[in-house]
Design a protein around this ligand. Structure first.
Ligand SMILES: Cc1ncc(COP(=O)(O)O)c(C=O)c1O
Length: 449
């Protein structure tokens, strides 16, 4: 077995060669051999403005030429303050203060630590437990990974994890199949039972994605779900953290995926699309009422990182948010999203497609063995991985996920094209998807893994 690439880099996947990408333009990537790929997932749900946007590049260059880096514990800069101001205008409820970091995992770590520090500063230090959904991904650093239900990611570090209490995930492979209006999982009432079992005096926070990311293939909870969550969290003094790292920043057709649920969280984590991939940028959004408690207590948040509040990353974020607004791209995402889901609906009739779901320009397509029963495919087939490779061969970039059924079984792929995608490109995504599925079925029956 070869170790790729043969230079001085080691990537996460060590035994597969990667195409060498030399150019990006709109929704397209081009490799060193001139092969073009339709980027149907913006990398990892990131490139919402597409590739090669010269306005964002210019804003970053301008900021780098002026001042590229100062430490966020000693100085402030214009792009940091301006981006916070722009994002605050879009955020729900009373979320109006932002703490900038680089990755989604860092934002989740910071939000969970902030929740615990908040309760300690409130004189309630016993409130330290975290609740999260039974199918969830919140990042790969140790606390964020603890909150994630990704068993295979924990293989070598399980004894380093902290305990996180699982709440059944709504509207995703639930036994009620969405039909039971009283289902505790899908209405949100299961959260109350979990908090009561844990002891409300010991629970700090419940973290959940308003629209599921790769863990549930873009499952959308019922309309009342987060209203119930909000009421339960208020009743038991539990902070509700909405993780919008993947589903936020316009992706689902509203600035924030929580908006259609008509409630606001206490804390929100954002990342991925907020700088459109031009710089690594994430943030924790918090309201004054929470920050004030820390200000009057310890006087600082007990979390710091070298690259927090990075001026060039924030300049990229500022240019991204302004571009989204100037070109009405969140609205476009809603409109095109409706067309996208109409086009994708046809895929449901293809072999082994168990579900097609999502909102806006976020979609998940689940592969199953038996489409009536939803039985997962044998994991040994490596269906999602094979599909992703076949898709790459037909020039389509998708995002795979495995293990969502029970931690091991389950195959799905996600689509999240840039907001500038055209209807013609959406048709091309659907057509290449169908070809990739044909090729996958052929590869699987030929025993190719
Ligand atoms: C919902 C959610 N939260 C957090 C993260 C972690 O973000 P990052 O990979 O930037 O650390 C991810 C990454 O996919 C995510 O989907």
């Amino acid at each position: 077995m070869h170790f790729y690439p043969r230079g001085n880099v080691f990537y996460r996947r060590l035994t597969k060669p990667f195409p060498r990408i030399v150019l990006g333009e709109g929704c397209w990537l081009e490799d060193a051999d001139g092969k073009r790929y339709l980027d149907a997932c913006g990398g990892a749900f990131v490139a919402c403005l597409g590739h090669g946007n010269t306005e964002i590049a210019a804003a970053m260059a301008e900021q780098a030429g002026r001042i590229a880096y100062v430490n966020g514990t000693a100085f402030t800069t214009d792009p940091v303050e301006q981006l916070a101001g722009e994002l605050a205008k879009t955020l729900p409820g009373d979320l109006d203060h932002l703490y900038f970091l680089s990755s989604g995992s860092e934002a989740v770590e910071a939000a969970l630590k902030l929740a615990r520090q908040y309760w300690a500063e409130c004189g309630l230090p016993a409130k330290r437990k975290i609740l999260a959904l039974s199918a969830a991904y919140h990042g790969n650093t140790l606390l964020a990974l603890s909150a994630s239900a990704r068993e295979h990611y924990k293989t070598y570090v399980r004894d380093w994890m902290v305990d996180v209490i699982r709440v059944p995930v709504p509207c995703f492979r639930c036994a009620c199949r969405g039909d039971d209006p009283t289902c505790a999982t899908c209405t949100g009432n299961a959260l109350e039972a979990a908090i009561e079992r844990a002891g409300p005096d010991t629970v700090a926070a419940f973290i959940a994605e308003p629209v599921g990311g790769s863990s549930t293939g873009a499952a959308v909870p019922r309309a009342e779900y987060f209203r119930t969550v909000r009421e339960i969290c208020d009743r038991h003094q539990v902070l509700f953290i909405a993780d919008e790292v993947l589903c936020g920043a316009g992706r689902t057709g509203t600035w924030w995926a929580i908006e259609p649920f008509g409630v606001a969280p206490d804390l929100m984590t954002v990342g991925k699309g907020i700088a459109a991939g031009y710089a690594p940028l994430s943030a924790v959004a918090a309201p004054r009422r929470i920050i004030d408690v820390l200000a009057q207590g310890a006087g600082s948040l007990f979390h710091a990182q070298t690259f927090s509040f990075h001026p060039v990353a924030c300049a990229a974020g500022l240019a991204t948010v302004r571009t989204l607004r100037a070109h009405g791209l969140v609205q476009r995402c809603a409109e095109l999203g409706a067309a996208f889901h109409r086009k994708l609906a046809g895929l449901a009739a293809l072999p082994n497609v168990g579900a097609v779901r999502g909102r806006g320009l976020l979609a998940g397509i689940e592969f199953v063995e038996d489409t009536k029963l939803g039985t997962p495919l044998p994991r040994a087939l490596r269906f999602a991985e094979t599909f992703t490779e076949q898709a790459l061969a037909v020039g389509l970039v998708v995002w795979p996920n495995v293990g969502h059924v029970d931690g091991t079984q389950g195959d799905l792929v996600m689509l999240a094209p840039p907001f500038i995608v055209t209807e013609v490109e959406l048709d091309e995504i659907v057509s290449r998807f169908a070809t990739a599925l044909d090729w996958t079925l052929a590869a699987v029956s030929a025993g190719v893994r």
